[in-house]
Each structure stands twice: as structure tokens, then as C-alpha cells.
Ligand binder design. Structure first.
Ligand code: PLP
Length: 323
């Protein structure tokens, strides 16, 4: 990314996992490659997954289901945004059922578990064989998609003379980060990895990241070991909440679009890139450092009502209407 490299004083590259095939692309397809193979092997007729109303993972689960002739439903603990737009529109276009229930303020994981169990039982009563995929496709099997990506990135970086670059990705449900971490370390890659958390990284995630690694090690016989301090997760740029409206994130999205014609998203990659820019400012990313930003997708999020309205307030003034 020559223009941004010149402006930021780093050597910046981008890995375009937003351009993966099907359903408008994004990181979840690499995980779903493994998950759908398992579903088909088990004779499933339907995929059921979970997430927020604008889950990109849900959209890509719908895409994979369509491609393989499976039914699909997404269970969402969220408010209905009041219109069929953004990822919800794409989910429905691809034939996926959506089940929404507003957050009742109790433990989120319990709410999902309860509603998913109920929805799965309903579809099974109708004769479907349901394969359940956890939030973000982030279990041990799904993370293998990003183990593969780590191998691919290492080869590509070596070819470009970027062997020891730092890879930066947005961290949500952690499958992408964990797959990359295991792939890079277990394959002795010289690439380094920094994850930027895009939502508050509290006690649950602190525990989960260590447990997730243990699952990877046990399931796949990794030859490496890791403790919490081995995972470089930056928590300074969560900006308080998941998928919230933020000035700095909108500015980063416009900046990258205007310098490199790359569209980031307001929930994950825009927030991560805004964090990357602040890390350059603070010196946490050194001048001259080689950085590979992993673009994990998510552009339909630009069209969600709350983000679109915030952009509209910023940008409508630049539209001239001739009468
Ligand atoms: C899900 C998602 C991420 C985060 O990936 P995890 O594996 O959940 O941490 C990043 N970017 C986009 C666009 C996503 O949809």
C-alpha cells in the first residue's frame, strides 16, 4: 500500500481475505471450509449458527449453505434494526432464516445456548439434521482455516522479502487470531502476530484464549506451547463496545478508501486500522516496520442503519444537487 506507507512511515502491505469467494467474501469462509466439510460428512441437511444482527459470519454461513444445498438459520440475540438491509438483506437473499430475540441483559452465552437449543429442536422436529456452528465459527476446527492462512502468508511474505513482518488482524471471537498464531508458531514462521481487539476483552476472553489454545494443541498435536502472555492482543482500541459508531473509525475508513481505494468495515477492520494508525503515532509500531494488515472483510456493515446514518451526517454536505 504505497500511499499509506509513505504517509505512515512504515512498509504496509495488505492481505485481501475480504476478497474470498462467495457471499461477498470475508475471513469466515476459511473457517467454514472446514466446518461445512464436517457437516457434510455427518450427513447434515442444515447449518445453524449464531451472532449479532449484522454478523458477517452468519452471512457467510448462509453463503456456504446455499452453495452446498443445505438449509441455514442464524440465531441472533439482538434488536431487529427495523429494516432489511446490510448483512440481513444478504442473508435473506441467500435464503437463510433469521431468528432474532432482544438481549434480556442476562449472560449472553446462556441466552444464545438456550435460544439455539430451542431453534435446533424446532428444525429437527421438522426432519432436518442440524449441524451447529458456534459464534464466528471459532472452535478448534474452524481455526484450521487460519492455520492454512498462516502457511500461505509465510510463503507469500518470503517471496516478497517480508519474512519478519508483523501481521496485524482484528480480534473478535478469536478463531482468526488463534489459527494464525498456531500456524505461524507451529510452522516456525518468522512472521510476528499482533491482534487488535475490537470489543472489550474481559475475563471471559482472557480465559477463553488460553483454553482455545489448549483445544488446538490437544486436537491437532501441535508441537508448541503457549501461555496468556504469548498472545499479543492489543486492548487499547476497543472504543468501548462492539460495533459502535466511532468518529476515529469512520475517519480511518475514509482515509484508507481515499488513499488506496480499499474499503474497510465499521465493526472490525476499520476499528483495527484506526488502532494501527494510533500504534504508529505512539511508536508501538516502529517507523520503517514491515506490517501486513489482514483485511478480514465486512464491508456490508457500512450499510447498517446506525453506521450509514453517521457517515451520512459527515458526508452528505459534499453532494451537490442541481435543480
Ligand atoms: C469475524 C470477523 C473478524 C474477527 O474474526 P474472529 O475470528 O471472530 O476473531 C474480523 N473481521 C471481520 C470482518 C469479521 O467478520
Amino acid at each position: 500500500m504505497p500511499a499509506l506507507s509513505a504517509e505512515l512511515g512504515i512498509e504496509l502491505y495488505i492481505k485481501r481475505d475480504d476478497l474470498t469467494s462467495w457471499g461477498a467474501g470475508g475471513n469466515k469462509l476459511r473457517k467454514l471450509e472446514y466446518l461445512v466439510a464436517d457437516a457434510l460428512e455427518q450427513g447434515a441437511t442444515m447449518l445453524v449458527t449464531e451472532g449479532g444482527a449484522q454478523t458477517n459470519h452468519g452471512r457467510l454461513t448462509a453463503a456456504v449453505a446455499a452453495k452446498y444445498g443445505l438449509k441455514c438459520a442464524i440465531v441472533m440475540i439482538d434488536e431487529y434494526p427495523g429494516e432489511v438491509s446490510a448483512n440481513i438483506l444478504l442473508d435473506r437473499i441467500m435464503g437463510c432464516d433469521l431468528i432474532l430475540k432482544a438481549d434480556d441483559g442476562t449472560d449472553e452465552h446462556e441466552q444464545f445456548a438456550k435460544l439455539c437449543a430451542q431453534v435446533i429442536a424446532e428444525y429437527e422436529a421438522k426432519g432436518e439434521k442440524v449441524y451447529y456452528i458456534p459464534m464466528g465459527g471459532s472452535n478448534a476446527l474452524g481455526a484450521l482455516g487460519y492455520y492454512d492462512c498462516a502457511v500461505e502468508l509465510t510463503d507469500q511474505a518470503r517471496g516478497l522479502g517480508l519474512g519478519d513482518a508483523r501481521v496485524i488482524d482484528a480480534v473478535g471471537s478469536m478463531g482468526t487470531y488463534m489459527g494464525l498464531y498456531c500456524g505461524l508458531k507451529n510452522e516456525n514462521s518468522p512472521l510476528r502476530l499482533t491482534g487488535i481487539a475490537i470489543s472489550p476483552f474481559g475475563e471471559y476472553k482472557e480465559k477463553r484464549i488460553v483454553e482455545y489454545f489448549r483445544e488446538m494443541k490437544e486436537n491437532y498435536g501441535l508441537s508448541i506451547d503457549a501461555a496468556r502472555e504469548d498472545f499479543d492482543i492489543v486492548k487499547d482500541y476497543t472504543r468501548g463496545a462492539y460495533n459502535n459508531v466511532c468518529r476515529e473509525v469512520r475517519d480511518a475508513i475514509c482515509y484508507v478508501a481515499q488513499k488506496e481505494a480499499v474499503l474497510l468495515d465499521p465493526c472490525y477492520t476499520g476499528k483495527a486500522f484506526a488502532g494501527l494508525m494510533e500504534m504508529v503515532k505512539s511508536g508501538a509500531i516502529a517507523q520503517g516496520e514491515k506490517v501486513i494488515f489482514l483485511h478480514t472483510g465486512g464491508f456490508p456493515g457500512l450499510y447498517t442503519p446506525h453506521h450509514r446514518k453517521a457517515f451520512e451526517a459527515d458526508l452528505e454536505a459534499g453532494i451537490r444537487i442541481i435543480e
